[in-house]
Design a protein around this ligand. Structure first.
Ligand SMILES: [Zn+2]
Length: 148
């Protein structure tokens, strides 16, 4: 099973090829977001090539692509409560670091992610991966990645 920070083959929409990507984070153990090592684009993980469309004009005007429903999980999610407590107890002087995949973080660091917002680093999984408590769930995030 690939870990955050590992390389994985994925389809890159920009390069239009199956290329080596770095796993940025996973949700519920599933690779969610990857970064193309060729062009540097970050995008959702796709293991396979999407169906080839002949031209963009084929797209029906006004057609709304239904989003895939997110699989409902019946696990108890106590992240919002834990997050609320942590943010309440956080010292006002605590620095909030902007999240960057190239930086290295340690336990109790507070990060600001452009998508997920403020997160609390709960533990380091290994030297390229941290477990971060965001206000909706805990996510595995990559860090200390300098190869792209
Ligand atoms: Zn690419």
């Amino acid at each position: 099973m690939a870990s955050v920070g590992d390389n994985i083959d994925a389809y890159c929409l920009k390069c239009k090829l199956i290329l080596s990507h770095v796993i940025m984070y996973k949700v519920d153990g599933v690779v969610n977001r990857v970064k193309c090592k060729t062009c540097g684009a970050e995008h959702k993980y796709r293991g396979t090539m999407p169906a080839i469309k002949k031209t963009a004009a084929v797209r029906t005007p006004g057609a709304i692509r239904a989003k895939k429903p997110v699989a409902a999980k019946v696990t108890v999610n106590d992240a919002p409560l834990k997050w609320a407590l942590k943010s309440r107890d956080m010292a006002p002087s605590k620095p909030i670091k902007n999240y960057s995949i190239k930086e290295t973080y340690k336990v109790n660091d507070v990060i600001n992610h452009p998508v997920f917002g403020v997160g609390f680093v709960e533990k380091t999984i290994w030297d390229k991966s941290i477990s971060v408590l965001f206000n909706d769930s805990v996510r595995l995030m990559a860090m200390n990645i300098n190869e792209c």
